[in-house]
Design a protein around this ligand. Structure first.
Ligand SMILES: NC(=O)c1ccc[n+]([C@@H]2O[C@H](COP(=O)([O-])OP(=O)(O)OC[C@H]3O[C@@H](n4cnc5c(N)ncnc54)[C@H](O)[C@@H]3O)[C@@H](O)[C@H]2O)c1
Length: 291
C-alpha cells in the first residue's frame, strides 16, 4: 500500500519531531493538537531545527522550504480522516488515546493504518477498542526524533503483515532503522534501559556512589555517552517512574519495583531538565548535583 498522507496527533516533544522527519522525507503531514499554542510552538520549533540542519549543511534551503510547505496544522481531529497513516503522539494517558481513536474512527478511510507512539501502553489493548486491530500497531520513535536512528515497530496480537510492511517502508524512507518488538510492557529499549536507570537510582539511594561518581563510572567504565542519572533527567523522572510502574504492574516481578528515591524526586516536582532540577540542578551555568 502506498502511503502519502500522514496524520500526526499531538504537537508536543515527540509530535513535532515526527512531523519534521516525515515532511523532510517527502510525506504530506497534517498535525493536530487540542491547543493552538502547541501547534504554533511546534511549527516554530520545526522551523528552527530545520534552519540548524541547513546551517550544518545537512539539508539545503530548498529542502527546508519544501519540508515546511508539506506540514499543515488543524485543531479539528477529524480532518485527519483522509490520512493513509496516523501516528498518535498525544499525552501518555490511556483514556486520552482511546478517546482520540474513538472520535477518529467514523472519519477514517477503510485502508487507514492507525499507530501509537506510546512508550508503555499495550498496543493490543488500544487496538482492540478500534474497528481495525489488524491495521493497528506501535510506531515508537526515540527522543529527539530528528537525531535518533531507531524506531521500534510493535505488533499487537492482531496486527497483519501488510500493516507491518507498510510501516517498515515508512521507517526505511526516513533513513531510520526499525527494530521489531512484541507487545509486552515497555517493548525493547525501555525494558532494558529503565531498569538500568532505576538501578542507578538504587545505587545512589544506598550510598554506593554519589551522583557524579555513578554517572562518571558508567560513561568511562561502560562507554555510555551519558550517565544514567543525567539521562534520566533528560527523559523526565516522571516518565521514568511511569515506565517502571508499567513494568512492575505488567510483569508482576519485584525486580522492577521503582526505587523510593525516584518516587521522592517526582513527588518533589524535581522532574529533570524540564523543571530545571532533577538529579542535577540546571539553574546555574553548569549543572551541579542537586543533593
Ligand atoms: N518524551 C519522550 O522521550 C518520549 C519518547 C518516546 C515516546 N513518547 C511518547 O510520545 C507521546 C507524546 O509524548 P510527548 O513527550 O511528546 O508529550 P508532550 O506532553 O510533549 O505532548 C503531548 C501533546 O499532546 C497534546 N494532546 C493532549 N491531548 C490531546 C488530544 N486529545 N488530541 C490531540 N492532542 C492532544 C498536548 O496538548 C501536547 O501538546 C506519549 O505517548 C509518550 O509516551 C515520549
Amino acid at each position: 500500500m502506498e502511503i502519502e498522507k500522514i496524520g500526526v496527533i499531538g504537537a508536543g516533544q515527540m509530535g513535532n519531531g515526527i512531523a519534521h522527519v516525515m515532511a523532510l522525507a517527502g510525506y504530506d503531514v497534517l498535525l493536530t493538537d487540542v491547543s493552538q499554542d502547541a501547534l504554533d510552538a511546534a511549527i516554530a520549533l520545526i522551523d528552527r531545527n530545520l534552519t540548524r540542519q541547513v546551517s550544518r549543511d545537512k539539508i539545503s534551503q530548498t529542502d527546508k522550504d519544501a519540508t515546511m510547505a508539506r506540514i499543515k496544522t488543524t485543531l479539528t481531529l477529524t480532518d485527519l480522516g483522509a490520512s493513509d497513516l496516523i501516528i498518535e503522539a498525544a499525552t501518555e494517558r490511556e483514556t486520552v488515546k482511546q478517546a482520540i481513536f474513538e472520535d477518529l474512527q467514523p472519519h477514517l478511510q477503510p485502508h487507514t493504518i492507525l499507530t501509537s507512539n506510546t512508550s508503555s501502553i499495550s498496543i493490543t489493548r488500544l487496538a482492540s477498542r478500534t474497528d481495525r486491530p489488524e491495521k493497528f500497531m506501535g510506531f515508537h520513535f526515540m527522543n529527539p526524533v530528528p537525531v535518533m536512528q531507531l524506531v521500534e515497530l510493535i505488533r499487537g496480537i492482531a496486527t497483519d503483515e501488510e500493516t507491518f510492511k507498510a510501516c517498515k517502508t515508512v521507517v526505511d524512507n526516513l533513513g531510520k532503522t526499525a527494530a521489531s518488538a512484541e507487545d509486552f510492557p515497555a517493548f525493547i529499549v525501555n525494558r532494558i534501559l529503565m531498569p538500568m536507570i532505576n538501578e542507578a537510582v538504587y545505587t545512589l539511594y544506598e550510598g554506593v556512589g554519589n551522583v557524579r561518581s555513578i554517572d562518571e563510572s558508567m560513561k568511562l567504565g561502560a562507554n555510555h555517552p551519558m550517565g544514567p542519572l543525567e539521562l534520566a533527567d533528560f527523559i523526565g523522572l516522571d516518565t521514568c517512574l511511569a515506565i517502571m510502574n508499567v513494568l512492575h504492574d505488567g510483569l508482576a516481578d519485584t525486580k522492577y519495583r521503582p526505587c523510593p528515591l525516584l518516587t521522592k524526586y517526582v513527588e518533589a516536582g524535581w522532574l529533570g531538565r524540564k523543571t530545571d532540577r532533577g538529579f542535577y540542578d540546571y539553574r546555574g551555568e553548569t549543572p551541579i548535583p542537586s543533593r
